[in-house]
Structures are given as C-alpha cells and as structure tokens.
Design a protein around this ligand. Structure first.
Ligand code: MG
Length: 300
C-alpha cells in the first residue's frame, strides 16, 4: 500500500471501516469489531429450531425450545436472538418455516433415483434444476390437493436448504455462509403430467405441491443425514443425504451462478430412490435425522 493510501486509512474513523471495504474492496481496512464478532458467533453458536407459526391471530417466527415457542428478536436472516416465551408448541399452528420468493429444486441428484427414473441414462454431470413457485408452498399438516387433471401423484422426500443472505455467484468454499439452515421438503409431482409434457413446470407447480417444515434447523452438518419418506407409516424411501451426487456447497454455488437467491429462498436437493404414488386419504411423511418429520395428508 502506498504511503498516501496508508495516510487515508489511518485518518478514517473506525465506523467507516465496513463502508470503505464495500466500496473499495482491495483496501486492507479492518472491519468494525462488532461485525467480526457476529460472524464468529454465527459459526460457533448452537443449533436452533426456527418455526413460523400462527398464534393469537398473528403470524410470527419463533424458536422451539422443548415444547414451547419463543419469540425471535433481531433479524431472522441476520443476527438472531431469542426473546420471551410465546406459547406452547401444541397451541400454535405451524406454517411453512419460511415464505420463499422461489423454491429451486434439483432433479436426478441421487444415482439410484436417476436409475429408476431414467433407465439407461447416466446421471447428469451438472445439476438439473427447475423452479417450484412460491404459491405451491404449504406447511406441516396442510392438505396436499390431488389435481383433477392427474392420474398419478408421487411423493418425493428431500432435504431443503434455506438461504440466509442474498447469494449471487457464490463459490463452493463460501457457500455455507449463505445457508441459514435446513428443513424437510416434499417435491410432490404429478408424474403422468411430467411424462406427458416433457417440461416439468405443470407437474411440479400445483398449489400445495411443496410442503416444507416443520422447522429450519440451523448450524448442523447436513452432508450425511438419514432421510426417510413414509406413506401411511410404511417406508417408501430410505437413504442418506450423503448419497447426493452434487452436495450442498456445489448446489448453492451452481444455482447462485444462474439466479440470485434471496434470504428465505429454498433449494430442494433432489429425492432418493423409492418414489411412488399416493392416493386421496393417504398421509405422507418426510423425516430427516436431526431436523424433524414433515407430515401432510393427501386430499381433494
Ligand atoms: Mg424432486
């Protein structure tokens, strides 16, 4: 650094540090202490279960501790702190744990599922991605509506990644910093329409076709968690997220290289083998180790 720049740096009040860094990224100006501290505490703090729920006529975020929900103070996607007890878990109606601008889903990301879905085709080298609209998202226990236009609707149990901060062109090395936590997802699919259309949009996008929940679990290593999908209590899918072809960092990096991910956006990471159909009256359940179980009935 030149002596002139050193003089400029030395003359800066410390509160200008982060502003200066953003505008002139190559300058070696220390960040304000509180910024460094918050980044450190995010990395090292204990895992939390974040819920979104209705109680007493209001929709709110909360943190689950035992069988009670506590208020969230501060910024859910920034520096989150736990406030006072709001209500018991049994008194609240759980909603999808986030309200995403979009859900980006990944197809054929487990080799054994790619085999059952596309016999004789190799697993794609790059992630195959598609969008499920925000209007398809529902929460735990919400009824998934069987469309009149379909004769075959399938469950697809999947790990969901919840994005913490605006992500654009993120590297794999930095990807974890952009993840708030993980949840369970069900990429419900009208399989007959998917095959008929070629394009997947109609088959994947019906209202209620994207159950998410029950919680966002923060600060966990989700790279090798047991995942199970059951229908009426019977196991249909059983695998581990360790079997994903493209892992969490790769997916966040790849997708953020295509489109900007916003806080609360969700990536559904693909389904393992064992997909199968459901009927009206069935109950689907996606359970992921350390995260919870997402249950949804199928109805008209
Ligand atoms: Mg899927």
């Amino acid at each position: 650094m030149s002596s002139a720049l050193s003089a400029v740096k030395a003359s800066l009040p410390s509160r200008f540090g982060s502003l200066f860094r953003e505008n002139l990224g190559t300058f070696d100006v220390p960040l304000p202490v509180e910024y460094n501290t918050s980044m450190h505490s995010r990395r090292t703090r204990k895992s939390m279960k974040i819920a979104r729920f209705e109680w007493d006529g209001a929709t709110r975020y909360g943190v689950l501790d035992g069988d009670a929900l506590f208020s969230v103070t501060g910024d859910l996607f920034g520096e989150l702190a736990v406030g006072e007890r709001v209500c018991g878990l049994s008194e609240a109606r759980l909603l999808a744990p986030v309200s995403p601008s979009k859900v980006v889903a990944v197809g054929l990301n487990y080799a054994a599922h790619a085999k059952e879905a596309h016999v004789d085709q190799p697993v794609p080298e790059e992630p195959v991605i598609f969008i499920k609209p925000a209007t398809a998202v529902v929460g735990p226990f919400a009824t998934v509506k069987y469309p009149a236009s379909s004769r075959r609707v399938d469950h697809e149990g999947e790990l969901g990644i919840v994005i913490r901060k605006l992500a654009s062109g993120v590297s794999e090395a930095a990807a974890r910093e952009y993840v708030l936590g993980y949840t369970c997802g069900n990429d419900v699919t009208a399989r007959d329409l998917q095959r008929r259309d070629g394009q997947w949009t109609r088959a994947k996008s019906f209202d209620t076709f994207c159950p998410l929940g029950p919680y966002i679990v923060t600060d966990v290593d989700a790279s090798d968690l047991r995942l199970e999908c059951r229908v009426n209590g019977q196991v249909r899918q059983r695998s581990t997220t360790g079997n994903m072809v493209h892992g969490i960092e790769k997916l966040v990096s790849f997708i953020s290289g295509v489109m900007t991910l916003l806080p609360g956006d969700v990536i559904l990471t693909g389904t393992p083998e064992g997909i199968g159909s459901v009927r009206i009256g069935d109950v689907m359940e996606v359970e992921i180790e350390g995260i919870g179980a997402l249950q949804n009935p199928v109805g008209e």
